[in-house]
Design a protein around this ligand. Structure first.
Ligand SMILES: Cc1ncc(COP(=O)(O)O)c(C=O)c1O
Length: 1011
């Protein structure tokens, strides 16, 4: 900077210079200028600026400025002045004053207002960024020898030269901050600069050099004054633009983001540049105050110099208390990069995996409510209000066993107004941080907290401020690829200091703390604040728990969704606007009243996954009863098959298709030879109907032998052959064409035990039925229909040889044997694919339903070619939906999964494990009179007295309801409704078996006094 005063030509001289050298005449007005002398000249309605350069001005610099204007004009860039040549065709004219020679130039006047006169908006700042980005783009490839200005104090690349002037800053606080910035710059920033690209820069987009459109001051009309141009790191242009744009910004974050977004929208920057621009902006501010302080020292009487640096000092003060790492994250995000570079990698590394529970029992299974602060609960006190505890306790449902925990969940990303203390205020913006960065889990003080995944203790601290975390643990983890990330546990009790020491290795599942009470957790109702960070920014021992709403895109990269680790269903964090009570009322009005709803406390199930059913609160219930969703709820292979085929074709069997043939061939391969002809239908009832029609048509009579307590379906024809239906409420006398054979129940029936003798003894009753038909009609039965293992009869396995003998007798009198495998088929027995194999028989007709389609309406009848031919009596068999391509694709997919996931073998091993567990329970609980099962088809028959085997019917009902409260779903069945029925999806493993046995054990123990 020169100490020589700017040129001061009188107006008259200026006029004559304009006229003589540039041929311009008209009004002339002096303009304010720091170094040169500038005047506005209006000639023939066009305005120009006459610029008389400072006597010390290097002509090379002027040449560069002229060259850049020419370059920009040549690229068609709007918004910078155009150079007007002299009458002699030169770019400059020499003019003399007081013996000194000055260079005079004329450029066109840019119409508009100075940005400094216009109100500031974020849209305007974004436009400013865009303008400067465009300019930077146009300057790529522009070069000039004079652009290398290492001694120029405003060359940001050479900012080190002004560092020494920091000592001229009079206020020690300001001085200290500037010195800190230089220290940071020299150690962290400068070493990274050589790797960055460089170009010629304008370097001075201050608000007196930027012109805006007066009609729309958000629109940038142009940029003037190329006097500070220099070659430097390209990113400096953005840094300098930012330094000016942010100077008096109310919302520094918004201003920074707007400028960067605009700039990078027209001139993308690299990730390194995005990371450095914030520090470059601050060092520019530091340079600016160093330069002005040095000037002020030289000109102590120039108060303007002191005043003009005040905004920069204030900005540096405000920024001093903002975490620079956060600002860098903000800049990265604004430039289109993840706020934290590794955030996407950590997110995807965590996604879709299962982690250890943070609380026991696993939060997934714990009864819960979403605690929302949006007015959903008008009477809910603040979490920091002592009355919250009682309010929360009052929300437990009355059915919930008292020993079960009940948790409240405060969602990630929720906007909260509870953060009122000073620590949530922000020097860089009026906006208070209020958006929740973790998940809150409310449970009583003392609740144990476990590490969901292995890691190292990063820090254990007590953050005692009001509404802070209290005792806080941070663990450091790494993804498989070695990317670090962190989990935070806030509001713990004091004993965390004992359980976790910095540097200590933690294994998944280790106890790491307990929920702290009010006095030790920052003054909150006891809860755990669980958070996952991809970076600790510059924080130690503590971390932001809430972020700015307007910066959520930045915060959510720094603090990723903790549910990636917790793995709770989305419903856990929301309140269902249509709870079960409401649905029940609607259902009563709309649906047939004879439909029943399970459990005393009704369930609204909203999704399923594997062996889990998830209710409207996100609680996962272990499904131990649904044998229909054989390969697991919503198995992706099956749902994919449905979607794929539905999008290609769904029609009926009147067209040829490989699908149905491929599937039929694959299905019949699972059956004994001879059972080779398939009919497809849509339900078990329909399949049994058809099976009986085939038998009756083939044999030429209707008479049918059924087992007592059998159920074969819901149609009129099936109710006729289902004593389970017609003998009970709403029933009717046995139809004449039906005979009921004794139920071969080895526990409760006349013939005890599984022996062959017992089996044959029961089979004799089938013969009695056949004889009865013969006596009445002269011939035996058309068909004997029986489940291969009884389901509704109470999971009853017949004694040895029963079916063999019964089939023999039926066939001896000309009848056919139908095996209803609707409940028990498809590998459920573990050792066998079909349950009839347990009895060593081959039926004439096999009926398949439920598991065959994993919940999709598909069922099948498989019989011999001979019987099928006899059924072809001229009457066409047509089924609109049976055998449709979508159903066939589903059937295929189900078989794929059974085979690919080895589900039959899994049923065998899990079944053995379950049976051992049930038997152990039976040792402790007299109530369990009989344990029976094969594979994943088990029954526990409950009795009040093992000698009299008096059925414990109400107890069975209570247990089923208690288990439902404990998160396990089973049902009762059997003639006396005293059998606990267990037939889970085949994906049930040891882990699920442990939950079932554990909860059943707890239920039995808890209620042993009652029973
Ligand atoms: C043994 C048995 N057969 C047939 C059926 C009828 O099947 P669907 O309900 O698919 O008509 C059932 C249904 O519970 C059943 O358990």
């Amino acid at each position: 900077m020169s100490d020589v005063a700017p040129p001061a030509f009188p107006l008259q001289d200026l006029k004559s210079i304009a006229n003589r050298h540039f041929g311009l005449s008209g009004d002339i007005v002096k303009l304010v200028s720091e170094r040169d002398q500038n005047a506005r000249l209006t000639s023939d309605g066009t305005s120009y600026v006459l610029k008389i350069a400072h006597v010390c001005e290097d002509p090379e610099q002027l040449d560069m400025q002229n060259a850049v204007l020419a370059h920009l004009a040549a690229t068609g860039f709007e918004g910078t002045p155009r150079l007007c040549r002299t009458l002699a065709g030169d770019e400059t004219a020499s003019v003399d004053k007081d013996g000194a020679r000055h260079l005079a130039r004329v450029v066109t006047w840019l119409e508009g207002d100075l940005l400094s006169q216009a109100p500031r908006t974020l849209a305007q700042l974004e436009n400013l960024g865009a303008f400067m980005g465009q300019l930077t783009g146009r300057l790529q490839g522009f070069g000039h020898p004079a652009s290398f200005r290492p001694d120029f104090v405003w060359s940001l690349d050479h900012v080190g030269q002004v560092q020494a002037w920091s000592k001229d800053i009079s206020d020690p606080g300001h001085r200290g901050r500037v010195e800190d910035l230089f220290l940071r710059y020299n150690t962290l920033i400068a070493p990274r600069l050589p790797a960055l690209r460089a170009s010629v820069l304008h370097q001075d987009a201050n608000d007196n050099n930027v012109i805006v459109d007066p009609a729309d001051t958000d629109r940038i009309a142009g940029l003037i004054d190329f006097g500070d141009m220099a070659y430097g790191r390209t990113i400096n242009e953005l840094a300098i633009t930012l330094a000016y744009a942010v100077l008096d910004a109310d919302d520094i974050y918004g201003a920074i983001r707007a400028v960067i977004k605009g700039f990078t929208g027209t001139f993308p920057i690299t990730e390194d540049e995005a990371e450095l621009v914030y520090d470059l902006m601050r060092i520019r501010l530091a340079a600016s105050v160093c330069i002005s302080s040095n000037q002020a020292k030289k000109h102590p009487d120039n108060t303007y110099l002191t005043i003009s640096q005040e905004p920069a000092f204030q900005l540096l003060d405000r920024l001093a208390s903002v975490d620079p790492a956060f600002m860098i994250a903000l800049c990265r995000k604004a430039a289109g990069y993840p706020a934290i570079a590794r955030a996407p990698a950590v997110r995807s590394a965590l996604a879709g995996k299962a982690y250890g529970p943070v609380l026991f029992p696993d939060l997934k299974r714990t009864p819960r409510m979403a605690l929302l602060v949006d007015g959903t609960y008008p009477d809910m006190p603040l979490y920091s209000d002592r009355s919250f505890d009682a309010w929360f306790e009052s929300r437990r449902t009355k059915e919930l066993p008292s020993d079960l925990p009940f948790v409240g969940l405060g969602p990630y990303g929720e906007k909260r107004d509870v953060y009122t203390s000073e620590q949530f205020a922000d020097p860089a913006s009026r906006e208070r941080r209020n958006r929740h960065l973790g998940v809150d889990i409310f449970a009583p003080a003392g609740t144990a907290v476990h590490a969901p995944l292995a890691g190292t203790v990063q820090s254990v601290c007590y953050n005692p401020a009001e509404l802070d975390y209290g005792h806080t643990l941070i663990l450091r983890h790494e993804t498989e690829a070695g990317e670090p990330f962190f989990t935070l546990y806030g509001h713990l009790g004091e004993d965390v200091f004992r359980l976790a020491k910095p540097g200590q290795q933690i294994r998944a599942g280790d106890l790491i703390g307990h929920f702290g009470d009010w006095h030790e957790n920052g003054g909150w109702s006891p809860h755990l604040h669980f958070q996952v960070m991809t970076d600790l920014l510059s924080q130690t021992g503590n971390f932001f728990g809430v972020g700015h709403s307007s910066l959520w895109d930045v915060w959510s990269d720094i603090c990723i969704d903790p549910n990636l680790v917790l793995g709770l269903p989305a419903e856990s964090y929301a309140v269902d606007p249509h709870p079960p009570r409401e649905l029940l009322e609607r259902r009563e009005k709309t649906l047939g009243p004879s439909l029943s709803v399970s459990y005393r406390n009704k369930l609204k199930i909203v999704r399923g996954k594997g062996p889990w059913l998830i209710d409207h609160t996100g609680r996962c219930f272990l499904d131990a009863v649904n044998n229909i969703t054989h390969v697991g709820h919503c198995h992706p292979h099956v749902t994919e098959a449905i979607g794929r085929q539905a999008a290609i074709l769904n029609t009926n069997t009147r067209y040829l298709s490989e699908l149905i043939l491929d599937y039929s061939e694959r299905l019949t391969k699972k059956l004994p030879e001879g059972l080779d002809t398939v009919f497809f239908v849509n339900s078990g009832s329909e399949a049994n109907e058809l099976a009986l029609r085939i038998a009756r048509t083939a044999i030429g009579r209707k008479s049918t032998v059924v087992l007592d307590w059998a159920y074969h379906g819901n149609t009129g024809g099936m109710v006729d052959v289902s004593p389970y239906k017609f003998k009970r409420a709403g029933g009717y006398p046995k139809p004449d064409f039906v005979e009921i054979a004794a139920f071969p129940d080895p526990y409760r029936g006349d013939h005890k035990g599984m022996s062959k003798e017992a089996g044959e003894a029961y089979a004799c009753d089938v013969d009695r039925c056949l004889a009865s038909f013969e006596a009445a009609t002269g011939s035996g039965a058309a068909a004997f229909i029986a489940e291969s293992v009884s389901g509704v009869g109470g999971q009853v396995f017949y004694p040895q040889g029963y079916l063999a003998k019964a089939y023999e007798m039926v066939r001896a009198r000309g009848g056919v044997c139908i095996a209803d495998e609707v409940q028990c088929g498809f590998g459920r027995m573990g050792a066998h694919f079909w349950a009839f194999e347990l009895q060593g028989v081959i039926p004439d007709i096999v009926v398949m339903g439920k598991p065959i389609g994993n919940g999709h309406p598909l069922a099948a009848v498989v019989t011999t070619r001979e019987l099928a031919e006899k059924f072809r009596n001229g009457m066409e068999y047509f089924n609109s939906f049976g055998g449709n391509p979508v159903s066939m694709a589903v059937g295929m997919a189900v078989l794929d999964v059974i085979e690919n996931e080895n589900l039959q073998a899994r049923a065998a091993s899990t079944g053995d494990y379950l049976m051992a567990g049930f038997q152990a329970l039976a040792k402790d609980h007299e109530l369990i009179g009989n344990v029976r099962g094969k594979g994943l088809f088990c029954g526990l028959e409950l009795v009040r007295d093992r000698r009299s085997i008096a059925p414990a019917t109400s107890e069975a009902g209570m247990i089923v309801n208690q288990l439902r409260e404990r998160g396990v779903l089973i049902s009762t069945d059997g003639p006396l409704e005293n059998v606990l029925k267990i037939k889970p999806p085949m994906v049930f493993g040891k882990e699920e078996a442990d939950i079932l046995i554990g909860e059943l054990g707890d239920t039995l123990r808890q209620h042993c006094q009652v029973f």
